[in-house]
Design a protein around this ligand. Structure first.
Ligand code: UGA
Length: 440
C-alpha cells in the first residue's frame, strides 16, 4: 500500500518506519527542512531504541523516504496519516492548530491532484488521524476538507489513536494490546484493517468519537493508577507501611494488575500530563467538572515538590551543598525531558542554592538549557564525588546495578534519596548508606 505520514515526531516516524517494514511504500513528510535532511541520511533526531536501524534498513530497501513536499507526498498515497503535535495551551486545552493546518494542505493537494485526469483512479484517500486530539476532531477535519472543496466521495476520515510508549515504541508497535479504528464506513475500516493485518492484533472497530475518547481515557487511566499509588505512598509514609509491598500484593489481583503501580516522583512526558489536562478541559467546557482527573493532576504535582521538601528537611540548608541527581529524562529509554519530574527536582534544588551534579545516560545535550547552573558529569561515579546526598530521579537500569561500595568512598555523606524506589532499602543500608524512598 502507498502511505504518507505527515509529521516525523516519535509517533510519525515509528509508524512510518514500521509500516514500511511490512513492505508498504511510505513517504514521511515534515516541514522542518533540517529534520528531513537528517532523516534522508538515516539519522533519527531523538533517542528511541531500535528506530535508527529500522529507518536505515527501510531507506536502503527503498520502502521509506522523507520529503518536505506535502503535495508530492500525498499524490500517490491511498492512506494519509496525520501525526503532528497537539501541545497543551496554558489552560490545558489541546492546541489543534497544526492538525487543522495539515487538513487544509491535504485538501489543497487532493484538489490539485484531482485536476490531473490521469490520476483519477488514485483519488480516494483515507485520512487517518493518529495525533491525540479532542473528541470531535474527526468531524473538524472532515468539515475542513469539505469547506476547501474536496468532494465527499473523494475521502474518508479515520481515527486510529496510538498507544506506543517512548523507549519501547518499536516493540509496542509490533505487539500491540489492541488497535483501535474509529471509522464512519466499512470501506475505510477495511483498508486500515488490511494495513495492520501483519500484526495479527485484536482490532476494535468503533465510531470516530469513541476512538478519540479511548485515547484520552487510556492515558488518563494510566495517570490515575500512578497518582493512586502515589497517594498510597503518602499514606504509607505516615502509617509505616511499604508501598512497594502494597503494590506487589495489590497487583496480583488480576482486576488491578501490577503495571503502573510504581510510586515515585510522579508521571511526566509529553502525553500523560497533557492528556489529563486536555480531558479535564474538554469535560469542563461540556459542563462536567471531572473531580477525579483534577485530583490525579494535583497529586502528581505534589509528588515532586513534597520529595524536594523531604530532601530539604533532611539536609537542612542546601546552599552550596553538593547534591547528585541521577537521571534527567522523564523516564528510562528516552532522551525526552518534557514535563520531567527529575528536571523539576534539579531546578528546585538549584533555586535553593545547592550545587547540583547531574548525570543522565542520553539526555545531557537537551538538558543543558533546562537546568542552567547544574554541573553535568560523564558518569554516576563522577556525579557522586563529595556530595551530601544522591537522588535517583529516573530509573535507568544502570542505576539499579551501582557499585554502592565504590559510591560510599566517593560521597561526603552516605545518603540516598530513592525517588523511584529502585533499591531494596536494607541492601542500601548494609552498604553504609542512609536510605529514603517514596512511601517506604
Ligand atoms: C504514554 C502511554 O503509556 C502510551 O500508551 C501512549 O501511547 C503515550 O503516552 C502517548 O500518548 O503517546 P509515555 O508517555 O511514553 O507513554 O510514557 P509512560 O511509559 O506511560 O510513562 C509516563 C510517566 O509515568 C513516566 O514519567 C514514568 O516514569 C511514570 N510512571 C509510569 C510512574 O511514575 N509509575 C509507573 O508505575 C509507571
Amino acid at each position: 500500500m502507498k502511505i504518507c505520514v505527515i509529521g516525523t515526531g516519535y509517533v510519525g516516524l515509528v509508524t512510518g518506519a514500521c509500516l514500511a517494514d511490512f513492505g508498504n511504500s511510505v513517504v514521511c513528510m515534515d516541514k522542518d527542512n533540517k529534520r528531513v535532511k537528517m532523516l534522508q541520511k538515516g539519522k533519527v533526531p531523538f533517542h528511541e531504541p531500535g528506530l535508527p536501524e529500522l529507518v536505515l534498513s527501510n531507506i536502503k530497501a527503498k520502502r521509506l523516504c522523507f520529503t518536505r513536499d506535502l503535495g508530492a507526498a500525498i499524490m500517490d498515497s491511498e492512506v494519509i496519516f496525520i501525526t503532528v503535535g497537539t501541545p497543551p495551551k496554558p489552560n490545558g486545552e489541546a492546541d489543534i492548530s497544526s492538525v487543522i493546518e495539515v487538513a487544509k494542505k491535504i485538501a489543497k493537494s487532493i484538489k490539485g491532484e484531482r485536476n490531473i485526469p490521469s490520476s483519477s483512479e488514485l483519488s480516494f484517500k483515507i485520512i487517518v488521524n493518529k495525533s491525540t486530539v479532542p473528541v470531535g476532531m474527526g468531524d473538524i477535519v472532515t468539515k475542513t476538507l469539505l469547506e476547501h472543496g474536496v468532494p465527499e466521495e473523494a475521502f474518508s476520515v479515520v481515527s486510529n489513536p496510538e498507544f506506543l510508549r517512548e523507549g519501547s515504541a518499536i516493540s509496542d508497535f509490533f505487539k500491540p494490546d489492541r488497535i483501535v479504528i474509529g471509522a464512519s464506513n466499512n470501506r475505510a475500516f477495511n483498508v486500515i484493517t488490511e494495513l495492520y493485518r501483519p500484526l495479527n492484533a485484536h482490532i476494535i472497530f468503533t465510531d470516530i468519537k469513541s476512538a478519540e475518547l479511548i485515547k484520552y481515557a487510556s492515558n488518563s487511566f494510566l495517570a490515575t493508577k500512578i497518582s493512586f499509588i502515589n497517594e498510597m505512598a503518602n499514606i504509607c509514609e505516615r502509617v509505616g507501611s511499604d508501598v512497594n509491598e502494597v503494590a506487589a500484593a495489590m497487583g496480583l489481583d488480576k482486576r488491578i494488575g501490577r503495571q503502573f503501580l510504581n510510586a515515585g516522583l510522579g508521571y511526566g512526558g509529553s502525553c500523560l500530563p497533557k492528556d489529563v489536562a486536555a480531558l479535564t478541559h474538554l469535560a469542563r467546557i461540556k459542563g462536567y467538572d471531572p473531580k477525579l482527573l483534577s485530583s490525579v493532576s494535583a497529586i502528581n504535582e505534589y509528588q515532586a515538590s513534597s520529595f524536594v521538601k523531604k530532601v530539604l528537611k533532611k539536609l537542612g540548608k542546601v546552599r552550596n551543598k553538593k547534591i547528585a541527581v541521577l537521571g534527567l529524562a522523564f523516564k528510562p529509554g528516552t532522551d525526552d525531558l518534557r514535563e520531567s519530574s527529575a528536571v523539576k527536582v534539579v531546578n528546585a534544588l538549584l533555586k535553593k542554592g545547592a550545587k547540583v551534579r547531574v548525570y543522565d545516560p542520553v539526555s545531557e545535550k537537551g538538558a543543558r538549557k533546562l537546568v542552567p547552573g547544574a554541573v553535568f558529569c560523564p558518569s554516576v561515579y563522577e556525579a557522586a564525588e563529595k556530595v551530601e546526598a544522591i537522588i535517583v530521579a529516573t530509573e535507568w537500569p544502570e542505576f539499579r546495578e551501582l557499585d554502592l561500595a565504590k559510591m560510599r568512598k566517593l560521597v561526603r555523606q552516605p545518603l540516598i534519596f530513592d525517588g523511584r524506589n529502585i533499591y531494596h532499602p536494607q541492601k542500601v543500608r548494609d552498604e553504609g548508606f542512609e536510605y529514603v524512598g517514596v512511601g517506604r
